[in-house]
Design a protein around this ligand. Structure first.
Ligand code: GDD
Ligand code: MG
Length: 343
């Protein structure tokens, strides 16, 4: 069985972080995000993965190349213009002649993928859709199903007053190649708004697989930060994430709590304090600076006595002396915050 990762969206809700870094490879706990999805596909023995790309594809290709460094074989299906989620799947038809696993390229989850595949085989569905419960379903695709688990309705991003369930489309599917017949090849086409309703209309068996495993869509700054806080608190675990802080260049008197993740080649000045944060490679945290509940991308300098709380600091930013970044701040790459500014 092959896997396909949908990674062609522009990541607009994650701007400015995605202006130069496509969403599939934004760093999560200091690793390109896509690697967590590849890890998950490997748990089900999927060794051949198609990356469906459109926005900044070269950056992803340069990182993953043919996949050999990550023990998988990677193929690239690149769209000139975005074809929509189902159109993107159709664009990879040449590689898919048996059921395939499809992931939205922005979901971090500890789903039991082998169990999903087994369920798909058991029901003989044309499509199995993984569902997860969330508190506010209106930003997602709503899925209703009957007692036998057969999907009866798919409603993408409904108005709040038409929300009927809190089970949403978790963005993981197993799809039979029979669905290609329902995707026109000549125009953009959506799984959520077009294909799934069409399969239901045609009376084809579409099944739900409900999971209450860890799940988050990292596609907004709030959720991206939340995913990091979950990782640091142990709510999402991965053998690829180092278990405790790796203090490389901390000077005497610096304080780093146990849950923080500090990449190699980071220098931390005297009296600096880091708590519940992720610091990327080649950062410099100067004397007396504080970084709390934050994610700091590679190459950032945080000057003396600056304070960063609940913020996301993009690549190679510089935060001046005694500057204050308050909760909710998101700095795009190369931003420079002058001394004593408050953001
Ligand atoms: N190749 C390609 N081409 N990929 C695309 C395209 C396209 O035209 N459009 C979107 N994608 C990719 C995005 O890169 C992303 O990884 C995935 O498809 C989903 O797109 P999002 O833009 O993140 O959608 P969403 O989060 O608003 O909603 C989707 O995900 C929810 C779960 O997080 C829907 O599938 C919802 O039904 C679902 O509940
Ligand atoms: Mg999304």
């Amino acid at each position: 069985m092959k896997g396909l990762i949908l990674g062609g969206g522009k990541g607009t809700r994650l701007r400015p972080l995605t202006l130069n870094t496509p969403k599939p490879i934004v760093p999560v706990a200091n690793r390109p995000f896509l690697l967590y999805q590849i890890d998950l596909m490997k748990t089900a023995g999927l060794g051949e993965i198609i990356l469906s790309l459109s926005y900044l594809p070269r950056k992803i290709e340069d990182l993953l190349k043919d996949g050999a460094d990550f023990d998988v074989r990677v193929h690239y299906a690149v769209e000139g213009e975005p074809l929509g989620t189902a159109g993107a799947f159709k664009n990879a038809e040449e590689w898919i002649d048996e059921p395939a696993v499809v992931f939205n390229g922005d979901v971090l989850t500890s789903l039991d993928l082998p169990a999903v595949i087994a369920a798909h085989q058991h029901t003989g569905a044309v499509a199995t859709i993984v569902l997860t419960p969330v508190d506010d379903p209106s930003a997602y695709g709503l899925v209703e199903f009957d007692d036998a688990g057969r999907v009866t309705r798919f409603l993408e991003k409904p108005d709040m007053d038409t929300v009927t369930t809190n089970n949403i489309n978790a963005g993981t599917y197993v799809l039979d190649p029979r669905v290609f017949e329902y995707i026109p090849g000549d125009r953009p086409f959506s799984f959520e708004r077009e294909l799934f309703p069409a399969l239901l209309e045609a009376g084809l068996p579409v099944y739900a697989y409900t999971s209450d495993c860890y799940w988050i869509d990292i596609g907004t700054p709030e959720h991206y930060l939340e995913a990091h806080m979950d990782i640091l608190a142990g709510r999402f675990r991965s053998p690829s994430i180092p278990p405790t802080a790796l203090e490389t260049g901390a000077e005497n008197g610096a304080s780093i709590d146990e849950r923080s993740l500090i990449a190699p080649d980071v220098s931390i000045g005297r009296g600096a304090r880091i708590a519940s944060s992720v610091i990327g490679p080649n950062c410099r945290i100067r004397e007396g600076a504080r970084v709390v509940d934050s994610v700091v991308w590679p190459g950032v300098t945080i000057e003396e006595n600056a304070s960063v709380t609940g913020a996301i600091v993009g690549r190679s930013c510089s935060v001046g002396r005694s500057a204050v970044l308050k909760s909710g701040t998101v700095l795009g790459g190369m931003s420079s915050i002058t001394d004593f500014s408050s953001v």
